[in-house]
Design a protein around this ligand. Sequence first.
Ligand SMILES: *[C@@H]1O[C@H](CO)[C@@H](O)[C@H](O)[C@H]1NC(C)=O
Ligand SMILES: *[C@@H]1O[C@H](CO)[C@@H](O)[C@H](O)[C@H]1NC(C)=O
Ligand SMILES: *[C@@H]1O[C@H](CO)[C@@H](O)[C@H](O)[C@H]1NC(C)=O
Ligand SMILES: *[C@@H]1O[C@H](CO)[C@@H](O)[C@H](O)[C@H]1NC(C)=O
Ligand SMILES: *[C@@H]1O[C@H](CO)[C@@H](O)[C@H](O)[C@H]1NC(C)=O
Ligand SMILES: *[C@@H]1O[C@H](CO)[C@@H](O)[C@H](O)[C@H]1NC(C)=O
Ligand SMILES: *[C@@H]1O[C@H](CO)[C@@H](O)[C@H](O)[C@H]1NC(C)=O
Ligand SMILES: *[C@@H]1O[C@H](CO)[C@@H](O)[C@H](O)[C@H]1NC(C)=O
Length: 623
Amino acid sequence: MAWTALPLLWILLQGAWSKHWAAWMPQSISAFTETCVAIPCRFDFPSEIQPSAVHGIWYFNSPYPKNFPPVVLKSKTNTAHDIYMGRTKMLGDLKEKNCSIQIDRLSLDLQGKYYFRTDLGGYNQYTFSEHANLHILDEPYVLSPTMIVSASETELTCLVPDNCPDMKPSVTWIEIEGLEHHSAYARLEESDSAWTHISTLKFLPSHKNNGQRLGCKVTYPDTELEYRGYITMDVKYAPRILDINSSSETTEGTQVALVCVVDSNPLSRIMWFKEDVLLKEDYSRNLTLELEHVTFSHDGVYICAAENEHGRANKSMGLAVMYAPWKPLVNASGIAVEGESVTIMCNTQGNPEPTISIIKDKHVLSSVIFENELVLEIPAVSHEHDGEYWCTAENPYGQSNSSFNLTVVFSPLFLPESKCTVSKDTVQCMCTVKSNPDPVIVFELPDRNLTVSELEPELVHSQRSGYMVSSILTLHKDAGVPQLVLCSASNLYGHKVQELLFQDSGKLVWAKIGPVGAVVVFVILVAVGGYLIKTREKKNLPESSSFVQTDASGSHAGHSSVKKNLGKLENQFLSISERLILKKQQPSSVDSDYANIDFTKKNVKDSYTSTEELTEYAEIRVK
Ligand SMILES: *[C@@H]1O[C@H](CO)[C@@H](O)[C@H](O)[C@H]1NC(C)=O
Ligand SMILES: *[C@@H]1O[C@H](CO)[C@@H](O)[C@H](O)[C@H]1NC(C)=O
Ligand SMILES: *[C@@H]1O[C@H](CO)[C@@H](O)[C@H](O)[C@H]1NC(C)=O
Ligand SMILES: *[C@@H]1O[C@H](CO)[C@@H](O)[C@H](O)[C@H]1NC(C)=O
Ligand SMILES: *[C@@H]1O[C@H](CO)[C@@H](O)[C@H](O)[C@H]1NC(C)=O
Ligand SMILES: *[C@@H]1O[C@H](CO)[C@@H](O)[C@H](O)[C@H]1NC(C)=O
Ligand SMILES: *[C@@H]1O[C@H](CO)[C@@H](O)[C@H](O)[C@H]1NC(C)=O
Ligand SMILES: *[C@@H]1O[C@H](CO)[C@@H](O)[C@H](O)[C@H]1NC(C)=O
């Protein structure tokens, strides 16, 4: 109430006492070219003056008549300067102290200061210093807030002077396509007696409206007049990640560039993260993360994040780095005691996850696919589990492997070749044992009250090969054949005793020769026979000697023909060499004669080797 009442009271008081020369008009008033303006005006003069007639003159740009300023309108004569002729009229009644004036068909050259001078007759002429500043416009003002932020309600205003009583402006917003939730409303506002038509446009700006030009258009009904004002919007908005590489696959050693393209206003700080670790950042429109020499450690999820004062955004992508499995790590105890459980753990890493196998002696013991670990459990190890194991890992990018040795310690184990053999002069007992660690082998002959070990080298000889030990006890037959021979073997893990069985060497002849030996014998006999046929023609020899097979056990198809051929040869010839052998052996043995042809490739001298399979020889008995 107080606000509005005060000026009114002031005006009333002025009117009542009016002791001064004074005028009231808007200091500033606007209008569009080609339209009109009515400048509201009121004046007053001291009350002691009682004028018979009240006249007035409007001057342009200068208050002093002696400067001869252009006369806008002189009420007494109703005349004006050329440029104002026909364009101006007094609106108010001067007698009522109303000096309002209207100027039509405005043009830019009419912009300036307008002064009023009153003529009350005689010397009572007065030019008021109060004046109106006329602004001639050719476009409306469009005002925007200092900052337009995306998604926050924004108002633009269009200011249109409305001071022409004959022409009322019509205001519309133009080029507002794409504005979201827009609406417009208008109101009139008075300021210092000048009126402004204010049109407000409300909308929700978005990043799409950044840089958009829009405006308001003013038209006057029934005229061609049109005025347009524009602004270009600077819409601030949070970053938007426009482009980021899609998840991809690469192999170790390659070079990779990850690109993140961001749109924001103002520029954003763009960052590349890998699992919360900031790798690179910059204020930019896009940021490229270059990985020079990709390794498995680059595998993972990459995040591009961008932020400015209006918000932040992020997007992620996965980079899969493919690589051949690493050399497997084996976690296994190297030594195990027979019967214990053993766990073999094989660890590796590859992408894709590899196929892992544990291999021993070219047999796959266990295998898994698409795993980084393989565990093999052997519930109870035996001597057979001793040896070299391979852990292999393979994927499409390569293979790798490692080996490890499992040593099993076990109590001695007798092998079937342990036995005693009686030959012409000697008794040989062999005790073959598998054992880890090395066993102590002892022969026991209870009937002779004899216990011998390799500590007596003249009786016992040992040979070692890996975990195998062969101990051979050689006795002279003179003392007779022992009835019972025991072999005892012991190491840290056990003690075992086994009776060694006897085997007659004579019965084994053909078994020892075997099929291969038989063929060799056949070839030799044919060769010998061939020689005999040739020499027989020249020399006659006694018929007594003959070759006879001793045992049928080794015979097969080939033998009948051998026998036939030999039969023909029997009564005929013998080579000199055979004769020599026969002569030499005749005195020592009567009922059984031996032709001993040794085909041994190696020159084995040890007597016991005759019972070993290593020795290849043929024994041909002559009756
Ligand atoms: C002056 O005259 C004009 C035109 O008749 C009128 O519109 C206006 O209200 C008057 N002003 C005053 C202060 O009386
Ligand atoms: C990421 O995208 C950029 C551009 O589009 C391309 O040059 C680059 O090779 C892409 N990187 C990967 C790993 O795909
Ligand atoms: C990234 O920005 C640079 C400079 O700002 C520009 O030269 C390059 O073309 C942009 N790359 C993309 C993919 O936008
Ligand atoms: C990515 O955005 C999500 C939600 O929009 C947010 O929880 C996460 O922290 C952001 N990550 C980074 C690295 O900025
Ligand atoms: C091997 O495996 C055992 C048990 O499984 C574990 O205690 C040990 O730490 C492993 N050693 C290595 C080198 O991985
Ligand atoms: C172990 O790896 C080597 C070298 O790659 C390869 O030559 C060998 O055949 C592999 N061994 C096995 C048992 O896979
Ligand atoms: C395992 O033993 C073999 C010989 O038996 C040897 O050549 C190899 O190097 C050993 N391996 C390891 C891993 O010790
Ligand atoms: C063997 O020796 C024991 C005592 O050392 C003795 O009692 C026994 O009579 C002996 N036996 C033979 C057959 O010599």
